[in-house]
Design a protein around this ligand. Structure first.
Ligand code: GRF
Length: 205
């Protein structure tokens, strides 16, 4: 299986995914890193790892659909089987989602459906919740909305600062996202409506 990782920023999740592919935890080929921002540090990480990159900017297209059509053409040319969003800051239209139904994974830095959106960690911290975590889910055409694959929670400490919370969230992301991707590759995720069942790993004999 071949996959593409979509990024817009730093790429710490991308780095964890690169390492999980290298170690054999994810048994698929990371064939492309796509960015919608030229300055994304994630592009540098991809280049250092020798992974092909592609950067297309939304502003160069008249409509969301023409932008998405161009991306799809490139993905299909490269025989990309599935997509991993890792800090990618755009929501796709139904046109794009229909081309990859339940084949686009996303990571969100809160326990969905709480604190959707681009400022998930900050909003969590400001609200004063006592427990937070990370959600891995399939992406659909609504922001941070598709069927949930995996969540991991933890308590927010009394002395927590926004910075320490960010670090803890990112640590959990880097731990569970590669695991979820590996399960997807092993075809262990069975989607039925909003529910995702995780099938047991076949026991090796
Ligand atoms: C992560 O917190 C992710 O959950 C959110 O955006 C951030 C991306 O971080 N969607 P990075 O670019 O992977 O370092």
């Amino acid at each position: 299986m071949k996959f593409a990782v979509f990024v817009s920023g730093n790429g710490s999740n991308l780095q964890a995914i690169i390492e999980a592919v290298k170690s054999g935890e994810i048994k698929a080929e990371l064939a492309l890193v796509f960015s919608d921002r030229r300055k994304a540090y994630a592009l540098k990480r991809a280049k250092e790892a020798g992974i092909p990159t592609l950067c297309l900017l939304r502003k160069d297209y008249a409509t969301p659909q023409s932008y998405e059509r161009d991306i799809i053409i490139q993905l299909k040319e490269m025989d990309i089987d599935f997509i991993v969003l890792a800090g990618f800051m755009k929501v796709f239209t139904p046109f794009f989602i229909k081309k990859y139904p339940n084949q686009i994974l996303n990571v969100h830095p809160s326990l969905l459906p709480s604190f959707k959106g681009a400022r998930g960690i900050k909003d969590t911290f400001t609200y004063g919740v006592k427990v937070t975590g990370v959600t891995i889910h399939f992406a659909d055409d609504k922001m941070d909305h598709g069927p949930i694959i995996m969540q991991e929670s933890f308590r927010i400490a009394e002395r927590e600062t926004l910075e320490s919370l960010e670090e803890r969230v990112h640590q959990v992301e880097r731990k569970i996202y590669p695991k979820a991707i590996a399960m997807f590759v092993e075809k262990r995720l069975k989607v039925s409506g909003r529910r995702v069942k995780i099938l047991e790993k076949p026991v090796k004999k």
